[in-house]
Design a protein around this ligand. Structure first.
Ligand code: 6GU
Length: 266
């Protein structure tokens, strides 16, 4: 996969050299280009923003530098690989609190792309025509991390890159960790423990030390379901009842949670 990021703060992306993302780059599984939007300005002040039409607070990012930046990246200018046919398997992702909410499912979709371009907006956002024009050439997705507001898209892009890159084949040593983790099946992961068996008066749950793999699996499933029901009623409500068995339903209703479509449980 190749990821290009356009931003007025390239320094934000230092962490992409670190840890497992850095390793994925070093091993050739991932190519990253971080580009300063101001390279595509032509005035002495390297202006990227202006006041909003229609009035209102703040500033809006002008379309011209963005248009040139996207032209260059899509065409494979500045030493970037050529995109090929219209769009060339490139998808534009624009972080914004007004976007659709980023989820693990979206991370999987984006991880399947050959190329991603992230356009980091600041201020009140990017002139909408940049996205409308880009959408005539490639898929464009406006994405939000959640219901709160950041100064700009940079941190959101770091978050999304981490979620996406760890899904690329070969990046995680143990692919099993992907199958077990929170959100893999629409439920949260159960709590985890390691040595010592007792710490500050808190013992590890006895069952995890029993060696009975069937009971351990059932216990983990119970913990995962109870956690999900308590912390994330939205995830519980969205669960496909077909993924629940009779024991799951008994556990949840015993704990006072109604399960939609419980009669369909296996
Ligand atoms: Cl993606 N961008 C900004 N600026 N704020 C956000 C966000 C993104 N997601 C949540 N808040």
């Amino acid at each position: 996969m190749r990821i290009d990021v356009v931003t007025i703060f390239p320094e934000y992306f230092g962490p992409l050299d670190l840890s497992l993302i850095g390793k994925a780059r070093a091993s050739g599984l991932l190519e990253v280009g971080v580009h300063d939007l101001r390279t595509w300005t032509h005035d002495v002040h390297r202006t990227v923003d202006d006041s909003p039409y229609g009035g209102g607070p703040g500033m809006v990012m002008r379309p011209e530098p963005w248009g040139e930046a996207l032209d260059a990246l899509v065409a494979g200018g500045r030493g970037e690989p050529a995109g090929g046919a219209p769009g060339g398997g490139v998808r534009l992702v624009v972080p914004t609190p007004a976007g659709e909410v980023f989820t693990q499912a979206m991370a999987h979709d984006l991880a399947a792309e050959q190329r991603l371009i992230f356009a980091c907006g600041r201020y009140e956002g990017i002139d909408q025509r940049v996205l409308d024009h880009a959408a005539t050439r490639m898929p464009v997705t406006e994405v939000s991390l959640g219901d709160y507001v950041l100064f700009g898209g940079e941190v959101a892009v770091l978050v999304m890159c981490e979620a996406i890159v760890r899904l690329l084949p070969g990046v995680l040593g143990n692919a099993d960790s992907l199958a077990e983790e929170s959100h893999a099946h629409g439920v949260l992961e159960s709590p985890v423990y390691t040595k010592p068996p007792e710490w500050r008066g808190h013992p590890v749950p006895e069952i995890l030390r029993s060696g009975d793999h069937g009971r351990i699996a059932r216990w983990r499933r119970d913990q995962a379901l109870l956690r999900t029901a308590r912390r994330r009623p939205d995830l519980l409500a969205a669960l496909d009842p077909g993924t629940l068995d009779k024991r799951d339903v008994a556990l949840l209703s015993g704990a006072g949670f109604q399960v939609r479509g419980a009669d369909m449980a296996k």
